[in-house]
Design a protein around this ligand. Sequence first.
Ligand code: KIV
Length: 263
Amino acid sequence: MTTLSTLNEMKRQGEKISMLTCYDATFAAVASQAGVDMLLIGDTLGMVLQGHDSTLPVTVNDMAYHTASVKRGNRGSFIVTDLPFMSYSSPEQALRSAAQVMQAGAHMVKLEGDASLCGTITELARNGVPVCAHIGLTPQFINVMGGFKVQGRSVEQAQQLVETARQLEVAGAAMVLVEGVPAPLGEAITAAVSVPVIGIGAGPATDGQVLVMHDMLGVSMTGHVPKFVRNFMDGAPDIASAFARYVEAVKQNTFPASEHCYR
Ligand code: KIV
């Protein structure tokens, strides 16, 4: 059974952490048996399961439903669930939303944003809810960012993101997820905090990696494949083997390679 202590110990020991999105019981069983350390019920389910063009339509009920499904199939991985768009716009609302997904089976919730989340994170942590703070490219802010764009490209933005990670840790975040930033910035954020940092499109130096399961299995509704994705089904006899190859590539630090990184 993987716990937050296990993950902290992995960071201390320099063992890379593998994470995949997962939305149902069968894939949860296969992924956890293949050795995936963390399963993320991501609000990407709005795109890959429901067919929306963003994560914005997803509700807390959706997240709780899929979390309960993943919990039933899980064989020992650590379960993280996204709080969806506008479900944590005040600490009180965040507590209600978090209660719903934690009671459905999450071990941790993930929130997207910046240092303005600090008060909410402190309140969640005070109530027994471990929090992963998702920074960098934050898909719930697609309308503010003007699309899915790489973040932290200027020195000022990069310094700001490092500072944000520090503040979120001080506020009580037990994990940071950084998405869509140049690889050196992924490394700087990882060095700046003592909690595990998971990256997606953030280079090889983070403490762990996450991918959307559909992406790494090479299935896509739109045909668009982000730069940071490798298709682990390529040459794999079945899905369980693709998951195992992903875990191995993360642990050996052979994924992500330079072609998956932003510079
Ligand atoms: O919702 C999600 O699947 C995510 C990953 C892209 C990290 O947040």
